[in-house]
Design a protein around this ligand. Structure first.
Ligand SMILES: CSC[C@@H](O)[C@@H](O)C(=O)COP(=O)(O)O
Length: 368
């Protein structure tokens, strides 16, 4: 079994502190590090998905704030720019907000610039550690829930996008649950949606599943219906980018159709996400901003991502494309939301606000 990839680290070479990313745009073909020495480079990495996935975006945002401070950027302006780099995953603004609050408090307490950037860095490191701990708790609780829902064991799980170690300081969210099932010999099959247009499933989840030795099979997103109708899926496990106060879930586009299929076929639809992904200030799914991405990602294959080698055109030049990065699954289609603090479901009746209150108080825009 291969070791989990390290998606992000802070480094302090003699030339000055940097954020080192495993460049996810190049996986699985190449394992290449991308070194960000300044805030614009990090913002570009976030926009072009060199670093991605809700929990890791939070961690990247917090380290980004520390980088801004140590590299002499206008920290307040950097905080705004970093938070706005991608709009849907609430963790990004949350992570930036936490490091900014630590930075401001340090300055207000009389620290100089060195003390203030170190305070921001300490907060980023704390968030990174907490994320790893949350990941382990979600894996445990998600596994327990699967055992309850599917007492026969031998789970055949369908997942979408990428929710593993590449998006976390730990093993991730939904993929961490699959990993926990695999370790006890109960993962019969991991069905991996390729996740058009940027192929996070094919490129990244398959990469992680292979490294972990999981029994996995890749499918095109539009093959999922046949798989359900053949009775081959026991549960859907996905992550989330933002969960509104009413339990609506924003996640990678293609999640909502899976929830509809799961309901039709009486299959549990499980969302695995840390409480840092819950945004109690957003009332419902309609209030979640869904990121729209360039047409090129759809009209070229495999996804003409900025900074990448040009893709191959699969549509006539000038074709318009509808390319929302996320969709919204309404709460009535969600069987349960698994967090590090517990599970919200029609069965437990525990509210999201109660689970969030079990974490330390949030900063910035989060009301947790
Ligand atoms: C634990 S990651 C949860 C989500 O962030 C993930 O499912 C997802 O949608 C990521 O989208 P991406 O556009 O690749 O950042």
């Amino acid at each position: 079994m291969g070791s989990a990839p390290v998606a992000l680290r802070w480094d302090e070479p003699p030339e000055g502190p940097v954020i080192v990313l495993l460049d996810q745009r190049r996986l699985p073909a190449e394992e290449v590090e991308l070194v960000c020495t300044d805030v614009p480079a990090l913002i570009d990495a976030i926009r072009t998905l060199a670093v991605r996935g809700a929990p890791l975006l939070g961690v990247a945002g917090a380290y980004g704030l520390a980088l801004a401070a140590v590299r002499g950027f206008d920290v307040e302006e950097a905080a705004e720019m970093l938070s706005a780099a991608r709009p849907t995953a609430v963790n990004l603004a949350y992570g930036v907000g936490r490091a900014l609050t630590a930075y401001r408090a340090s300055l207000a307490g009389g620290a100089g610039p060195e003390g203030a950037w170190r305070a921001a860095l300490a907060e980023a490191r704390a968030l990174h550690r907490e994320d790893a701990q949350a990941s382990a708790r979600m894996a445990e609780q998600g596994l327990e829930l699967l055992k309850e829902l599917l007492p026969g064991g031998g789970f055949r799980l369908l997942t979408h996008c990428n929710t593993g170690a590449l998006v976390s300081g730990g093993e991730g969210t939904a993929l961490a649950v699959a990993g926990a099932a695999h370790r006890i010999g109960e993962l019969r099959r991991l069905w991996v949606d390729e996740t058009r247009p940027l192929l996070q499933g094919a490129r990244l989840t398959a990469y992680e599943a292979a490294r972990a030795g999981m029994p996995y099979t890749l499918l095109t997103d539009n093959a999922a219906g046949s798989l359900f109708s053949a009775g081959e899926v026991d549960a859907v496990v996905i992550g989330a980018d933002r969960i509104a106060a009413d339990g609506s879930v924003a996640n990678k586009v293609g999640s909502y159709p899976l929830a509809v299929l799961a309901r039709y076929h009486h299959v549990p639809f499980l969302v695995v996400a840390p409480t840092t992904t819950v945004d109690l200030t957003t009332a419902d799914g309609g209030a979640i901003e869904v990121e729209q991405r360039p047409a090129l990602e759809v009209t070229e294959f495999p996804g003409g991502m900025p900074g990448e080698v040009p893709g191959r055109a699969v549509a006539p030049l000038g074709t318009q494309a509808y390319n929302p990065a996320f969709d919204i699954t309404p709460p009535e289609l969600v069987t349960a939301i698994v967090t590090e603090n517990g599970i919200v479901s029609p069965v437990t009746k525990t509210g999201l606000a109660e689970l969030c209150a079990r974490s330390r108080s949030g900063n910035g825009m989060m009301s947790i």
